[in-house]
Design a protein around this ligand. Structure first.
Ligand SMILES: *Cc1c(COP(=O)(O)O)cnc(C)c1O
Length: 401
């Protein structure tokens, strides 16, 4: 019962089929590499959707996890622990945030922001009860909970799961007029990804976010940036908002906040929004637990002290240039920022999945998204040689077609 095929068969038989993974069964990881059950090595070009920015099994995060796990793992927030204050301090120093609320998954951070911003709308902005509106974008991805899928525009995410919570308006991503037209006196927040990851690494036109920031300030709208995927070095900066020269009122981080060891997310707030939450109005048994905090502290330290953000910028440019130099009539566009990259294929290529399967055979794990796009997001510790080798594999697969 331990051959690869048997493991896949058991998963299929006993597990819900809410994923369709590429058939590789991974057993070990180190840095940018993972190994399957047969010992074959792959360059990980997904990094668990950017949760493993620091590289697989980063030794210092591992050591912090083991040390804390032997001391104290969970107290609940009914009592205090000696790690949370340090995480607050270090996150605040790094991001300039004034208030922080720790949760576990990314979706929980999004739900937390939605709750807080609605309450802020009623208590501070003076919106009539139950009238708060939050503006979101077409092709958004903010997670999988009921509240969140209700304002998704992806039929797969929504279909069959209603009825959904009201209070959301959808505008075109990257279109300032669309956003302006949707604003009412009851608008409490604009929730948006700086770069849409799941939608296929979609970067809005330059100047868009400057306009968004101005409109939000002008109309007293809380700008919530979902940096769960773009944040923590992925785009070559600590936060993707830095590329736009703006500051969000609330920033959501998760994924790489733990370097992939543990679910840790956080709502960072620059305004009075989180201040409206009083004892008993929000919480999570595991949120802010000492194990999570110790892991997150080590993960942030690795990211900043080991030059990973700068490496993301330089290796991202190298990877993108290499991909752009590939001459292939099935490539429609190469785009990205830092190590958040995508190759979009022409429709005639017949979908990105089969190229991901071919890349797997050559030792690269990458994920197709939205049909025609291959997403490329290796751990931020990738070296120039590894980038060049990766580009070579992409070149071979995309020119063989
Ligand atoms: C992954 C992701 C989420 C959801 O995070 P989970 O930990 O899977 O709940 C939310 N927003 C963005 C932009 C993401 O990429």
């Amino acid at each position: 019962m331990n051959t690869t095929a048997a493991l896949i068969e058991t998963e299929y038989r006993l597990g819900a089929h809410n994923y369709k993974p590429i058939d590789v069964v991974l057993a070990r990881g180190e840095g940018v590499h993972v190994w399957d059950t047969d010992g074959k090595r792959y360059l990980d070009c997904l990094s668990a959707y950017s949760a493993v920015n620091q590289g697989h099994c980063h030794p210092k995060i591992l050591a912090a996890m083991i040390e804390q796990a032997g001391k104290l793992t969970l107290t609940s927030r009914a009592f205090r622990n000696d790690q949370l204050a340090h995480l607050y301090e270090e996150l605040a120093a790094l991001t300039g945030s004034h208030k922080i609320l720790p949760m576990n998954s990314g979706a929980e951070a999004v739900e937390t922001a939605v709750k807080a911003v609605r309450k802020w709308g009623y208590e501070v902005k003076g919106v009539p009860e139950d009238k708060a509106e939050i503006i979101v974008c077409t092709n958004n991805f903010h997670g999988r909970t009921m509240g969140i899928v209700g304002f998704s525009t992806d039929p797969d995410a929504r279909q069959g799961f209603g009825p959904f919570a009201p209070g959301f308006r959808t505008v075109l991503f990257g279109d300032l007029d669309s956003f302006r037209d949707a604003i009412t006196e009851n608008t409490v927040a604009f929730l948006i990804e700086p770069i849409q990851g799941e939608a296929g690494v979609m970067i809005p036109p330059s100047g868009y976010f400057t306009g968004v920031r101005e409109l939000c300030t002008q109309h007293g709208i809380t700008l919530i940036l979902d940096e769960i995927q773009t944040g923590l070095g992925r785009t070559g900066r600590l936060l993707a908002e830095e590329h736009e020269g703006i500051e969000a009122d609330m920033t959501l981080i998760g994924k790489a906040l733990s370097g992939g060891f543990y679910p840790v997310s956080a709502v960072l707030s620059n305004s009075e929004v989180l201040g409206v939450l009083k004892p008993g109005q929000h919480g999570s048994t595991f949120g802010g637990n000492p194990l999570a905090c110790a892991i997150a502290r080590a993960a942030l330290k690795a990211l900043t002290e080991e030059g990973m953000i700068e490496n993301s910028a330089t290796m991202g440019d190298r990877f993108q240039t290499g991909l752009k130099d590939i001459r292939s009539n099935i490539i429609k566009e190469v785009r990205g920022r830092g190590l958040m990259l995508a190759v979009e294929l022409v429709p005639e290529a017949g979908g990105a999945r089969k190229y991901c399967e071919a890349l797997k055979e050559r030792g690269i794990l990458a994920k197709d998204t939205h049909g025609d796009t291959i997403r490329i997001a290796p751990p931020l510790v990738i070296t120039a040689d590894q980038v060049d080798w990766g580009v070579g594999q992409f070149s071979d697969v995309l020119t063989a077609a």
